[in-house]
Design a protein around this ligand. Structure first.
Ligand SMILES: C[C@@](CO)(OP(=O)(O)O)[C@H](O)COP(=O)(O)OP(=O)(O)OC[C@H]1O[C@@H](n2ccc(N)nc2=O)[C@H](O)[C@@H]1O
Ligand SMILES: Nc1ncnc2c1ncn2[C@@H]1O[C@H](COP(=O)(O)OP(=O)(O)O)[C@@H](O)[C@H]1O
Length: 332
């Protein structure tokens, strides 16, 4: 009997951090209008696909025990959405190797969805226009289109309408992974709750009733865009901003200690990444990032510390493996 060995198509997908995350009021559809500047970072998941008789998802690595492997997994949903788009059965074995923290505000699930779209597009020989992939991506989650695109981009709508932003020089980051995660809908709901208490333009109370600053809404991203164009990290630090940070800190007050420790260790600025609880620290250069990471790791204020830089490309096939195997009739 002939045994066909299939080389996997392997796609590398980046995490993201929001350099600016302005959150508007909730819309009738439950989403919030955003004005955000995403940056793709050199912290990756990889998504590998091979043909199979049905659909199967395996997850390994960072936080994998918290990730479902059934139709709740965004990679699974991406496979079904792509297959439906082209009118075929979603038959593939998808293996996700996680480096991006789960429920960490770094778009790990979105990365796996974007990676699956690119991997299956290659494996099934579809060669779909990028615009088709982008529309399918937007149906899977607000962050998925950005992970396809990568680089640095301004996102509006619920984050899916993207314009590439020109940047000079790399940004050097230290990432502090937290114990546990935060649910994105819970963080948006907490922001609505804090704002509904009439505290939208001044100091507010956190979940325990303690006074806290930071509910003032972010202004435009113009200063940030100028600092990115100038490529000057010291100008960038002061203009980083995240409207969700007050809500994340309200749900996880312990993150204040993490943010303070990173800045004490020499970071130009620490912010909560997206909906958190990962904290991202902008550093002056690669050496500074290494020094901050070593000091932060010794402070006991987070689970794990990583160094990363950005911007990096979006989801992309590694090598030319997808050209190496036949589309097997026996699995059609
Ligand atoms: C907050 C951000 C910032 O980039 O990412 P994370 O930090 O969680 O990774 C994103 O807006 C998250 O994007 P994503 O994780 O794709 O969220 P989705 O699946 O589209 O939505 C999950 C839920 O988040 C809330 N949501 C999301 C996006 C948005 N613009 N408004 C919202 O209110 C809604 O409650 C929605 O039901
Ligand atoms: N492939 C996946 N990787 C991680 N989480 C996933 C995945 N698919 C579904 N999820 C679910 O999505 C939730 C949010 O995960 P993630 O995308 O990592 O976080 P965030 O939205 O904070 O960036 C997780 O708690 C998990 O249950």
């Amino acid at each position: 009997m002939l045994t066909v060995v299939h080389e996997p198509v392997v796609v590398q997908v980046p995490a993201k951090v929001n350099l600016h995350l302005g959150v508007g009021d909730p819309r009738p559809d439950g989403y919030h209008e955003l004005a955000t500047v995403f940056q793709a970072l050199s912290l990756h998941d990889t998504v590998s696909v091979v043909p199979a008789h049905g659909l199967e998802v395996r997850v390994r690595g960072e936080g994998s025990r918290f990730v479902p492997t059934d139709n709740r997994n965004l990679a699974w949903r991406a496979a079904e959405a792509l297959a439906a788009h082209v009118g075929r059965e979603p038959k593939a074995r998808i293996t996700v190797d996680k480096g991006i923290p789960v429920a960490g505000g770094m778009a790990g699930g979105s990365a796996d969805a974007a990676g699956t779209l690119v991997a299956l597009d290659a494996m099934w020989g579809l060669d779909l226009p990028r615009d088709d992939l982008r529309r399918i991506a937007a149906g899977l989650g607000s962050d998925v289109p950005f992970i396809l695109l990568g680089g640095t981009a301004l996102g509006t709508g619920r984050g899916e309408d993207l314009t590439t932003v020109l940047t000079r020089n790399s940004c050097h980051w230290v990432l502090a992974f937290a114990k546990g995660g935060l649910s994105t809908p819970d963080v948006f709901a907490e922001l609505d709750r804090l704002r509904a208490k009439g505290l939208s333009d001044g100091p507010g109370d956190d979940a325990q009733g303690r006074r806290q600053p930071g509910l003032r809404r972010l202004g435009s991203a113009d200063d940030l865009l100028q600092a990115l164009a100038a490529g000057d990290a010291s100008r960038l630090g002061p203009v980083l901003g995240n409207d969700l940070q007050a809500a994340a800190l309200s749900l996880r007050p312990d993150l204040r200690r993490t943010l303070a420790a990173g800045e004490r260790a020499g970071a130009l600025r620490g912010i909560v990444s997206g909906s958190g609880p990962t904290c991202a620290f902008l550093c002056a250069d690669e050496d500074a990032a290494l020094a901050v990471s070593l000091e932060l790791a010794g402070e006991g204020v987070c689970r794990t510390v990583r160094v990363a830089s950005g911007p990096v490309p979006g989801a992309r096939v590694l090598g030319d493996d997808h050209d190496d195997y036949d589309d097997p009739e026996d699995l059609a």
